[in-house]
Write a protein that binds this ligand. Sequence first.
Ligand SMILES: *[C@@H]1O[C@H](CO)[C@@H](O)[C@H](O)[C@H]1NC(C)=O
Ligand SMILES: *[C@@H]1O[C@H](CO)[C@@H](O)[C@H](O)[C@H]1NC(C)=O
Ligand SMILES: *[C@@H]1O[C@H](CO)[C@@H](O)[C@H](O)[C@H]1NC(C)=O
Length: 150
Amino acid sequence: MNAKLVIAGVLLAFVCVQFADSLVCYTCTTPKDCKSPKKVTCTNNAANETSNYLNVYHQGVRNATSTRFDCLALKYTWNNDVIHQLHGCVHPAVGACSLSLKPAYSHFNKTRCVLCSGNKCNKNPAGKVSSSSITIAASIVGIVLAKIYA
Ligand SMILES: *[C@@H]1O[C@H](CO)[C@@H](O)[C@H](O)[C@H]1NC(C)=O
Ligand SMILES: *[C@@H]1O[C@H](CO)[C@@H](O)[C@H](O)[C@H]1NC(C)=O
Ligand SMILES: *[C@@H]1O[C@H](CO)[C@@H](O)[C@H](O)[C@H]1NC(C)=O
């Protein structure tokens, strides 16, 4: 019984660490780019880069250092044209979706802003944000746990 508990605990911890340590996000910085976004593993470096892009249009982008990250999907339109699009890893502390635009860009229409924390959860394009990788992982853990306790 105790051994089973330990195994279950280790397994759960392992899954959590996996998600915490190696979040992968789609990344792109222009509408054109975002038609075929690249993937990046989140690091402070990658999140700093997103901050730099956020800083172009927004005010009050905080300097931050993080141990866990979120994926961002941000889209601005104007007259139905996508004028700015940014995907990438972000520092949660930056609050990317609640930033104010600089006055010069205040006419931008924010049509989509999503912060999420599953691998590749900020998948382009306009579709739904899926948490399927988390769901799948959770189901696997559930099945394994069920087997251990069966
Ligand atoms: C990210 O930015 C923060 C704040 O400016 C800085 O302290 C940190 O060294 C940067 N990290 C990397 C990896 O560039
Ligand atoms: C963030 O760091 C940069 C240089 O590393 C500095 O110029 C800027 O003022 C800092 N911003 C804030 C909000 O602390
Ligand atoms: C901005 O969004 C609002 C609400 O969706 C819409 O009514 C308006 O026409 C948009 N403006 C432009 C310039 O796209």
